[in-house]
Design a protein around this ligand. Structure first.
Ligand SMILES: [Zn+2]
Length: 199
């Protein structure tokens, strides 16, 4: 990095921590921010510092929520007999955008990856099984990334859920191999949802 004033260097270093932002882009962002009026900078700073305080995690589905109710769990218009298993809270929003799914969600909070030290405990299977029983779920849809970790986790879930005698389906149709769900376009995702197959 050129010898920028210290505060600018610090800002660039922080921006570079964002995914997909390299040195050149971080420098461009930082110089752009210098042209913003103070009140816009203050607003950005305030949004960054307060975002985690203002957002909670639903203790049931582990999706993100505002202060009180969960938009997904506390919503009588949703089909509470369908449960879609996803790996990150962000995936729920990608699925909502397709407008073809109206059931509940369950965020695993990660995928099985023994190499990275992510093991079965982190999937918290007992909590998932309890939800399926309590909510009297009639179909489970496994909507995980089409990657090695996603496949390993889906296989494990299939084994565990097959004991429950409810259909378990997985998104497959048209999902590009090796792609995290968040990078799949809406059209492909909606076809994958409507064309899901029981396995
Ligand atoms: Zn919830």
């Amino acid at each position: 990095m050129p010898k920028y004033p210290l505060a600018l260097q610090q800002l660039i270093s922080s921006l570079k921590m964002l995914p997909g932002v390299g040195s050149k882009t971080a420098e461009r962002f930082a110089f752009h921010l210098l042209t913003w009026p103070n009140e816009m900078l203050e607003k950005l700073g305030e949004h960054v510092t307060s975002v985690k305080e203002k957002i909670g995690t639903c203790p049931q589905c582990h999706c993100l929520k505002d202060q009180a109710a969960c938009d997904f769990c506390d919503n009588s218009r949703r089909n509470s007999s369908l449960l879609c298993i996803i790996s990150s809270p962000k995936d729920a929003y990608a699925i909502e955008e397709t407008h073809v799914y109206n059931g509940l969600y369950h965020v695993l909070g990660g995928l099985l990856s023994p190499l990275d030290g992510r093991t079965l405990q982190e999937l918290n299977l007992p909590h998932l099984l309890k939800r399926i029983a309590t909510l009297q779920i009639r179909e489970v849809i496994v909507a995980l990334d089409s990657t090695l970790e996603g496949d390993a986790t889906a296989l494990y879930l299939k084994e565990q859920l097959s004991k429950l005698d409810i259909p378990v389906s997985r998104l497959a149709l048209g999902l590009p191999m090796g792609s995290p769900l968040e990078y799949v376009d809406g059209g492909t995702l909606s076809r994958a949802l409507t064309g899901r197959h029981i396995y």
